[in-house]
Design a protein around this ligand. Structure first.
Ligand code: ATP
Ligand code: MG
Length: 759
């Protein structure tokens, strides 16, 4: 199979080739972004298999995200056919979940354990802090959670921390109590938090050498991508897995070890280890990532070979120059410069919106233009620093009928509890809607089973009345028992009251006076209060339910925001807006989708066109980093990671004002923008001026465009109305591009709609 091997080495530069064929016990590949580190790992795995030096099942490849793992798998299969079957290509977390699920009984856990994400564990901590009155000592779910996470990443549990703490400090003692209780609650819930997954696996291996031996023997080749971001727990896991199996453990292995597995002293020799990394891309210090792991690799793994890669194969020189310029401002690094032989490419495009909606609109319109120019949606990514930035982006993408998906997050309107609450509002607006009605009957559970539902539905149909009226007349529905009748009548009363409120007219205290329709927020508040949906979730004492309760509170905030933006518009308008925003379910993947993600998630990925949004002080660098030692350097590395994802086109966008938690504040351009040489960026004046349709206009960084926020008077080249109800918001109708900020356009479109209704 010599020809096959040559094919694997074809198209590699000499340094890359060396890294693919090296066969020492340990190999370190250090290189800048886009220099082929991941490609080398992939080819190395393929080479090992093609040369019959390893079975797929003997390989453990660790990547940083699930998406990266899927991509690596795909690339290996592309090189060898279905070779990745049986191979472990996964993140640290999912590799550990697999191990823990197999070995759970060793801990007194059940294999079906729950994994708490950070929202879940914060919710659990919130309860604990309340119970211990620890908030009076300044503890918050966020700061206690961060500290616990840091300790777990150092493999310290509450007991270990208690042994080293300052016992005369009441705050420290209280923290130990929080930590201890947190551990107990997790165990009681048969749950692990994210950090546990790795830490507990390490503990498992240390406490049970026989279990460790199984994995030490199985994985003969361990390869770790993005090694610069490993923390102590992850490092320890690698150390455990790369230990030899000592003779006393060899004896217990099933099936018994064969002669050829053993070395001269009767041990199974350690797995070979390959790690690749770039210290300029270390962005997880906040999770305990330790650059020293890469710096000290040679000491830790004696006999390690080191390969350096220099040439970049991903991006244009303009993009690389921007990346070099930004990262060059970090002083604590080895100087290295990314270069390519591919030429300068397009200028970087800058855009300042006057609000985040305006910024999002630019992004959406630009994506459409790229699409028309032949760049597939799947080749486009939009990055942001914090998840809170997604809502404005999602709204504009939906309205522009651009298929997208959010990596690493469920869409807000798809969450069950949000749908539950929306079912009430939908039913209030349309008491004949069977779907919404059926959903609200069971949310929250009130004992109305499928039989009762069927009887009510039959009655409703027979009488030709609304579902609400059918429920109000529950006494006439023969088969229902007396208790159930009461429940149903009470629910009907609530819905009728809310409906009157929403319609206006009936809710006034002053007799004879017509009341205006109540704000949507008030209607929703009534529903949430009367059904006790939030309280019931909170009372379940399950952190996941706490997170759900918070989503309902967020929905209430969305409604209130709508009421402020469109006073008097009413429930139906709100439902229309939400359904437009939520209509993104029916996306198929064949045409590809735009990827939305945080910059942390973007690590290791590449896209033809990349938008980095919110390039503002306070967001990027993030406010929280500013006062932290090394915080700005880390944010700069994050910016570097973001920039180096782009292959051909890079956009840097910001808004001159940004609303957070209902406050609108003036935003300043990020210092990182000023670090990029001016000539590399073309500042775009308005979305009308697109490459190939007019020049680029340079302008002051932060000068707001147009006549100010909320003004509906600015025409652009692509004014178009949004039509409601039908297919206009669906995919493929590129003409539904929105050229006004969300609220303004919404308003005028609604006016037109009402006009039509009146006629
Ligand atoms: P990052 O630091 O961002 O993770 P990386 O060093 O892992 O980057 P890769 O993703 O492996 O870089 O490679 C970047 C791009 O360059 C990929 O599209 C890859 O296929 C391509 N590439 C790498 N080496 C070569 C080569 N020798 N010839 C042609 N293309 C290459
Ligand atoms: Mg990579």
């Amino acid at each position: 199979s010599a020809g096959g091997t040559d094919a694997l080495l074809d198209g590699l530069n000499p340094a890359q080739e060396r890294a693919v064929i090296a066969r020492g016990p340990a190999l370190l590949i250090v290189a800048g972004a886009g220099s082929g580190k991941t490609r080398v790992l992939t080819h190395r795995i393929a080479h090992l298999i093609r040369e019959r030096e390893a079975w797929p099942s003997q390989i453990l490849a660790i990547t940083f995200t699930n998406k990266a793992a899927a991509e690596m798998r795909e690339r290996i299969d592309g090189l060898l056919g279905e070779a990745s079957q049986g191979m472990w290509v996964s993140t640290f977390h999912s590799a550990c979940v697999r191990i823990l699920r197999r070995e759970a009984e060793r801990f007194g856990y059940v294999s079906g354990f729950t994994i708490y994400d950070s929202a879940d564990s914060r919710a659990l901590l919130k309860r604990i802090i309340k119970e211990l009155d620890a908030d009076t000592y300044g503890f918050t779910p966020a700061n206690a959670g961060a500290k616990i996470s840091r300790l777990k990443n150092e493999l310290a549990d509450a007991g270990a921390y208690a042994a080293t703490m300052n016992a005369s400090d009441p705050r420290d003692r209280l923290f130990v109590e929080i930590f201890t209780m947190y551990e107990q609650e997790l165990r009681r819930a048969n749950a692990f938090d994210f950090d546990d997954l790795i830490g507990q696996t390490v503990h498992l291996f240390r406490a049970h050498p026989d279990v460790a031996a199984v994995y030490q023997r199985r994985f003969r080749h361990i390869l770790v991508d993005e090694y610069q971001d490993t923390n102590h727990a992850q490092y320890s896991l690698i150390r455990e897995l790369t230990k030899p199996v000592e003779p006393e453990e060899v004896a217990g292995l099933m099936p018994p070890a064969r002669e050829r597995e053993l070395d001269a002293s009767g041990r199974i020799p350690p797995a070979s280890l390959t790690v690749v990394g770039d210290s300029d891309q270390s962005i997880y210090a906040f999770r305990g990532a330790d650059i020293r792991n890469i710096v000290e690799f040679e000491r830790d793994f004696r006999g390690a070979e080191v390969v350096k890669l220099e040439q970049n194969y991903r991006s244009t020189q303009n993009i690389l120059s921007a990346a070099n310029a930004v990262i060059g401002n970090n002083f604590d690094r080895q100087d290295k410069n990314l270069w390519t032989s591919e030429g300068d490419g397009e200028q970087i495009v800058g855009f300042t919106g006057y609000s985040q909606h305006d910024e999002a609109r630019f992004v959406a319109e630009e994506i459409e233009d790229l699409h028309r120019a032949g760049i597939a949606y799947g080749d486009v990514a939009v990055f942001y620093r914090t998840n809170s930035q997604t809502r404005a982006l999602e709204e504009l993408l939906i309205r522009s009928a651009i298929p997208y998906r959010v990596l690493g997050g469920t869409k807000f309107y798809e969450r069950a509890e949000v749908k539950d609450a929306m079912a009430y509002l939908t039913s209030i607006a349309n008491p004949y809607d069977p779907i919404a009605w059926s959903r609200l009957l069971g949310a929250p559970k009130r004992g109305i089973g499928p039989m009762a539902e069927a009887h009510l539905a039959n009655f409703q149909e027979a009488q030709g009345v609304s579902f609400h009226e059918a429920m109000a007349r529950a006494d006439e529905v023969g088969p229902l028992g007396p208790k159930l009748r009461t429940t149903v009548r009470e629910l009907a009363a609530l819905l009728l009251r809310a409906a009157r409120m929403a319609a206006g007219g009936g809710a006034s205290d002053v007799a004879g006076e017509e009341a205006a329709p109540a704000p949507v927020g008030d209607v929703l508040k009534l529903i949430l209060d009367e059904t006790e949906m939030i309280e019931k979730l909170r009372a379940k004492r399950d952190p996941q339910d706490d997170a759900r309760a918070e989503n309902l509170e967020e929905l209430l905030a969305v409604a209130r925001e709508f009421d402020v933006k469109q006073p008097g518009a009413g429930l139906l308008a709100f439902l229309t807006e939400v359904s437009l925003v939520a209509a993104a379910d029916d996306l198929d993947d064949s045409s590809g989708t735009v990827s939305l993600m945080t910059m942390h998630t973007a690590k290791g990925l590449e896209f033809k066109a990349v938008f980095i949004t919110g390039v503002e002080e306070g967001l990027l660098p993030h406010q929280m980093s500013v006062d932290e030692v090394g915080g700005i350097s880390e944010e700069r590395r994050l910016m570097y990671v973001g920039i180096t994802r782009a292959r051909e086109r890079l956009y840097l966008t910001l808004a001159s004002t940004r609303a957070t938690f209902g406050d609108v504040s003036v935003a300043m351009p990020s210092r990182f923008l000023q670090e990029i040489p001016e000539g590399l960026i073309a500042w775009r004046q308005s979305p009308g001026e697109v490459t190939g349709r007019g020049g680029t206009a340079s302008r002051a960084l932060n000068a707001p465009r147009g006549s100010g926020y909320g003004s509906g008077a600015r025409g652009t080249s692509r004014d178009s109305a949004v039509s409601f109800g039908s297919g206009a918001a669906g995919r493929g109708s590129g003409a539904a591009a929105v050229s006004e900020p969300a609220s303004g356009n919404m308003q005028s479109a609604l006016d037109k709609w009402r006009e039509r209704k009146r006629q």
